[in-house]
Design a protein around this ligand. Structure first.
Ligand code: SF4
Length: 435
């Protein structure tokens, strides 16, 4: 079993971090609905926002044309913005129409946006009013904000999970592990099997169905599976749970380190741990090795976008031999990023926040082999001859755990392969679209 990870606060304190505050290029928290609506199968996400919000959701999740979607936008019109209409009455009418059409909805999220924040629409109050009315009919109503004001796109999931925490039942009857993060079902099933082999009782937040909320209390130990869940962690701690500090479960070593923290907390003997992880760890190492030859020695920059940057840089440096040049993250949660941060090279530039023009200047000067960034920056950088990877793809795709390690490495190898093929065909084709 690995040695205990370095304390997050100690790791962050010993490293110079460049903090920038300027123009940012990130999506808003509404984006999280794209993966959250697939996870909680009887939930519905009603965005209270503008036509822009509706367009974002339609284009980000427009694949739902053959199914009844589980998200929609209640449009705030100009008369609402001018205070000429009672938005609460209109919202109640929209919810009534929605539930008449979709009586299967068990958990309705009212999702705030920039416009609803600008007009100071109190969605928490609206949710509690509707919840009181609809609870007896079997539908719970909660609210959270997906606004893009001062937030980044993964914070939508954090806000959603944090909104669920007060609804979790009180735990009793022994210590249990809770894994927090909206993971694809296939990844969740793999982790559930591993924890069963380790003899660790485990629940997952969010659940797949609204009626299966996991219990929480002082005997709950929490493992975050995503690094952007600071508010969720704080909410769980306010219910008495203890959040464990661990590297994030990317790649063979990250997953082993993550599992080892839980195993240590639950007193799992070292030989039982080794018996459970040896096989999948070896498979993961073999899968990553297939891409290592291409990735090793390549230089990579992360622009701040998803908050996954630090643990992914750890995976790419430690397990794939890549050389991180700059790792930018929108927000460095020192406690939770620390175990991965401690395993990154000491002289690496880590930046928090964004001043996009300055950061692009640094990328242009460094000319890395690969830049991980948001959609809006990818095409301009490709046009300048820099290979890019869309950071949002790393949140949409199953990338956690031993069995996804090879796929995760391949996500970074693919743009390099594509670029090499284009270069072989015709060098001028390198001004094409992003990966
Ligand atoms: S929430 Fe704000 S940033 Fe997001 S789509 Fe709506 S207006 Fe745009």
């Amino acid at each position: 079993m690995n040695a205990p990870p370095v304390s997050g606060l100690a790791a962050a304190a010993s490293r110079r971090i460049l903090r920038e505050r300027g123009q940012r290029e990130v999506f808003c928290g509404l984006t999280g609905i794209v993966w959250l609506h697939r996870k909680i199968q009887d939930a519905f996400f009603l965005v209270v926002g503008s036509r822009t919000c509706a367009h974002l959701l339609q284009s980000a999740a427009g694949v739902m044309i053959f199914a009844e979607p589980r998200f929609a936008t209640a449009i705030i019109e100009e008369k609402d913005l001018a205070g000429l209409a009672d938005v609460h009455d209109e919202l109640d009418a929209v919810v009534a129409r929605l539930l008449a059409r979709r009586p299967d909805i068990r958990l309705l999220f009212l999702v705030g946006s920039c416009p609803s924040e600008v007009i100071k629409l109190d969605l928490a109050k609206a949710a509690s009013r509707l919840d009181a009315r609809l609870k007896s009919h079997g539908t719970r109503v909660l609210a959270y904000s997906g606004s893009g004001i001062e937030t980044t796109f993964t914070q939508g999931e954090d806000a959603c999970l944090a909104a669920i925490v007060p609804e979790l039942p009180e735990a009793g009857g022994g210590r249990r592990l809770m894994v927090a993060a909206s993971l694809p079902d296939i990844v969740e099933d793999q982790f559930a099997r591993l924890f069963a082999e380790l003899g660790i009782p485990v629940d997952f937040l969010p659940p797949r169905r609204a009626g299966a909320l996991p219990a929480v209390g002082p005997e709950t130990l929490v493992l975050l599976a995503q690094p952007f869940l600071g508010d969720t962690a704080a909410a769980l701690e306010s219910r008495g749970a203890r959040v464990l500090e661990a590297p994030f479960p990317f790649g063979a070593r990250g997953t082993e380190g993550w599992l080892a923290v839980a195993a240590r907390a639950f007193g799992v003997p070292a030989d039982r741990f080794e018996a459970a992880v040896a096989g999948p760890r070896a498979r993961a190492e073999r899968a990553v090795a297939r891409h290592r030859a291409l990735l090793a020695g390549r230089r990579i920059c992360f622009l701040p976008d998803s908050q996954l940057e630090v643990p992914l840089a750890r995976f790419l440096a430690e397990e794939c031999g890549m050389i991180p040049v700059e790792v930018g993250t929108p927000y460095l949660h020192q406690r939770f990023h620390g175990p991965d941060l401690a395993r990154l090279p000491a002289d690496l530039l880590v930046s928090e926040g964004q001043d996009v023009e300055r950061q692009l200047d640094r990328v242009r000067a460094a000319r890395p082999d690969l830049t991980v960034c948001g959609l809006g920056l990818a095409n301009p950088l490709e046009a300048e001859g820099l290979a890019t990877k869309w950071s949002i793809e790393l949140v949409f795709s199953p990338v956690h755990g031993f069995d996804q390690s090879g796929d995760l490495a391949e996500l970074f190898a693919r743009p390099l392969v594509r670029r090499a093929k284009l270069a072989a065909l015709q060098p001028e084709a390198l001004t094409g679209a992003a990966a």
